[in-house]
Ligand binder design. Structure first.
Ligand code: ZN
Length: 242
């Protein structure tokens, strides 16, 4: 049976079976196999892969693996290049287990969809058709062929997930809590006069706050409560670490 030698680098190793991590290993195969197929069969979703070098040459995912090939697989080390979109942050779609992360991202104005129909097929379709980065902890979902922009969320704690996404996509200096989106529906917020929303406020809120924002879609009201303070402190700490 023909075989190639594969070596995966840096954090791609976490997707591999333990005996294949951090080493070059023999990888037998039958028939015609694309390098994408073989990488994913080893456990690594293709959106995590940045560069594949076979026998010293960079190859595309569709490359057909040959007997004796030396394959080196490198991860995305830096943020993807969004420079063609100078005025726009990358947009995201998140799978169902990432609700808290989604809420934090929206609080700093990042456009992230969180579909009620969370079947894999639907998430992959939205990502592909709308050019949204797919955030998930489901490796299988990232392996779907139509997904070209995706990120496997490594952290399990929502604040750590938030930090991971901000750093991975280099968003920390582009976001602003002053341009929040609605945590409930992703709609845009606009400032409203306190007088206009007075009858919708609980007495304590009415007494404590003077500035209010309303979602232009679902009309939920927002003010800078304790959660906002915590968010500002979190961002300040993250920026001071850079
Ligand atoms: Zn809303």
């Amino acid at each position: 049976m023909p075989q190639a030698t594969f070596r995966f680098y840096a954090h791609l190793n976490r997707f591999l079976a333990p005996h294949r991590r951090q080493v070059a290993f023999d990888y037998p195969f039958e028939g015609v196999r694309s390098v994408k197929d073989m990488i994913e069969a080893a456990g690594v979703p293709h959106p995590e892969v940045h560069r594949i070098v076979v026998n010293g040459e960079t190859v595309p995912l569709t490359y057909r693996v040959g007997d004796g090939d030396q394959v080196h697989v490198y991860p995305v080390f830096q943020s993807p290049d969004f420079s063609e979109l100078p005025d726009r942050l990358p947009r995201f779609v998140a799978d169902v287990h990432l609700g808290r992360l989604v809420a934090y991202m929206r609080m700093v104005g990042i456009d992230v969809l969180y579909p009620e129909d969370y079947r894999d097929q639907e998430l992959a379709r939205i990502s592909a058709e709308e050019g949204r980065v797919l955030l998930t902890r489901d490796v299988g979902l990232l392996k779907r062929g139509i997904v070209t922009q995706g990120h496997y969320v490594r952290a399990t704690n929502p604040w750590e997930q938030f930090a991971e996404v901000l750093l991975r996509f280099n968003l920390l200096n582009q976001i602003d809590t002053a341009t929040a989106r609605c945590g409930a529906c992703n709609g845009m917020l606009q400032q409203v006069d306190k007088a206009a929303v007075m009858d919708r406020l609980l007495p304590r809120t009415r007494a404590s706050y003077d500035e209010f924002w309303e979602c232009t879609d679902c009309h939920k009201l927002y003010w800078k409560g304790p959660h906002h303070q915590r968010l500002e402190e979190f961002l300040a700490a993250l920026r001071s670490d850079l």
